[in-house]
Each structure stands twice: as C-alpha cells, then as structure tokens.
Write a protein that binds this ligand. Sequence first.
Ligand code: SAH
Length: 351
Amino acid sequence: MSLAAQLRARIAQSGPMTLADYMAACLLDPAHGYYATRDPFGAGGDFITSPEISQMFGEMIGLCLAQTWLDQGSPAPFTLAEAGPGRGTLMADILRATRGVPGFLDAAQVHLIEASATLRAAQAERVPGAIWLDHVDQLPQQPLLFVANEFYDALPIRQFRRDGAGWREVVVGLQGDQLAFGVTDPAPLAALAHRIEDTKDGDLVEVCPALAPITAAISALIAAHGGAALMIDYGDWTSLGDTFQAVQAHRVTDPLANPGQADLTAHVDFAALAAAAAPAKHTRLTPQGVFLDRLGITQRAQALAAGLSGPALDAHVAAHRRLTHPADMGDHFKVIGIYPDGATPPPGLTA
Ligand code: SAH
C-alpha cells in the first residue's frame, strides 16, 4: 500500500493528524519515507546543501571546530559528532581539513546521528570507522564538538493559528478521499503562553517538539564536559508565519500531494533553540555568509582558484558566491553556536 493510502486509512480510522505526525511519516517511515528510501542531494536530486556545493564549507567548519578544541586545551578523547549527515560530505571535509592539526584526529571519536539506513550506507562510504547513533541522548559523556547543517529543519513541526486567547492547530485530514488541511477548535495552550504577547489574531506560529530535548542533550554535554556545537539552518530568531514547505526536483510543491516523495521542512525557531541551550551559552545568530567570511572562506577560495581555469573556475566562483552572498545562502542560512560558560565562542561567532 502506498504511503498516501496508508495515511488516508489512518485518518479515516482515527481522525486528523498533526503536521508533526504527517511530517514524521513522510520523512522517516521505514518503507516509504523520503529520507528512508533515497539519497535526495545534488543536482540530479531534489535539493542541494552547502557541503554539496563546495568543499570549502566543510573546511571552514573543520577549522572552526579544531580552533575551538585548541582554545579549550586540546581535550582527549572527545566526541566529534554530526546530526543528519546526509551523504557524509561535511564530516569527510571536516576530517580532511583538520588532518594538519596535531593530535586532533587522534583524539576525535566520530559519531553520526542518522535515522535513515539508506543514508547511513552513503555516509559509511565517506566516513569509514564512524559510530552511528539513533539519538543524541546516546552520545558519550565526554567533551563534544557537534555540527548540524539542515538537520533541525527536517524535524517535525506543529502549526497553531491564533484565535483570540487560544490557538487552532493545523491538522491533516480528509476532504472526500483526498488529504486536506484542516484546523481544530481553538483552545488555550500552555506551551504557547509566551507567544500571546508577540502575536495577534490570525497569526500562525510553528512549534518543533523535538527541538528542545535534542538541543538540551547536546548542551548538557557541552556544559558538563566542554566542547561546542554549530547549528546551521534556514530560519530566524522567532517563528512567525507558515514556513512548512515541500521541495521535489528543486521545485516547491504541495506538501500533501506526494507523501514520502518530497522533502518537507520548516524554518528553525532559533530563539527556542537558544533557550534550550542553557546552562551552556549561545552565540548571536549570525548569517552564514558573515560566519564563513570571518573564517577566511574568501582567502581559501582565492587559493583554490589559482589551480583552476575555464568552466571549473566559473563553477568554483559561483559556489563561493552561493554560499556567502546575502541574496543567496549567505543570508537565508543562519549559524548559532553553543559553548560552555567561561569559554570563548567558536571562531566566526560572537557572544
Ligand atoms: N546535513 C546534510 C543533510 C541534510 S538533510 C547536508 O547538509 O547535506 C537532513 C538529514 O537529517 C538527513 O540525513 C536525514 O536522514 C536526517 N534526519 C532527519 N530526521 C532525523 C532524525 N529525527 N534523526 C536523525 N536524523 C534525521
């Protein structure tokens, strides 16, 4: 039975489902889920991510993490972890870029947190010897250097529309025999009490239930043992408005049209992420382009350009622009860092 048919049967049986349940089924259902059944990255896939655009992205992240490790006294051993590593390209570039940092790779124990068996296999080709985990809760009790690029935006969200002093939840139900959005009756919601002040009637806010527990687990390790985390994603300081989106073959599509066959994402609520980082500290939210520039991506781009000509040079220049230019990923993507109280923020970010 197709995933669409399964979801229709489930809704007919037990009523409309939250967007979070819909997203979880579409992305991670073991038999039909989007990430569970394919490698969606790159030009021939559905979308392209920063590490797939240029090796320079992973090189800058690697040097940022290695400098953080040096600044904190070169703890050994430590965990070098990535959540949602996709094809494993970012971690492979981090490992390559940090080879010249004495002691770093000897002390690093590489852990990848990945839900998809298909993508775990792709990661194993590029990052041999890594340890795979289902959840950040399983990370060892030792210093942690952590990175996540476009991981949080894949975590299921719920949507609520303000109605007076209460909220109507956006749900996925049936209209005839087709999946269709609906809303619940308005009800007050303790989890959104703090949003009553900064929203008005009709406004839509998104809540990601997994964001706080995942961030708290990472931050607890960093607060207790040292290290740092870099989270890079679409989003802004607070969530306001509908950012639930489906992308298939580099095009925005109807999220209900082909369950399991389109990537589903929502913008990250960085204020909620920052709040969940306590008692560790968090940096300012910084545009990706500014972060990469401070780490020296332009100098690195020039050095690499010296060895290129013709179409390869054009592609390299375009990749640098795509990663850093404000009209492109440079501003749409943001970076936030988490680090221990008393330590300096990771290079490229400010307190
Ligand atoms: N970081 C990669 C891939 C981003 S796509 C890149 O930048 O190219 C999202 C990744 O998160 C995929 O690897 C997907 O399988 C994984 N993922 C999504 N939800 C997850 C979850 N709940 N737990 C672990 N991994 C998850």
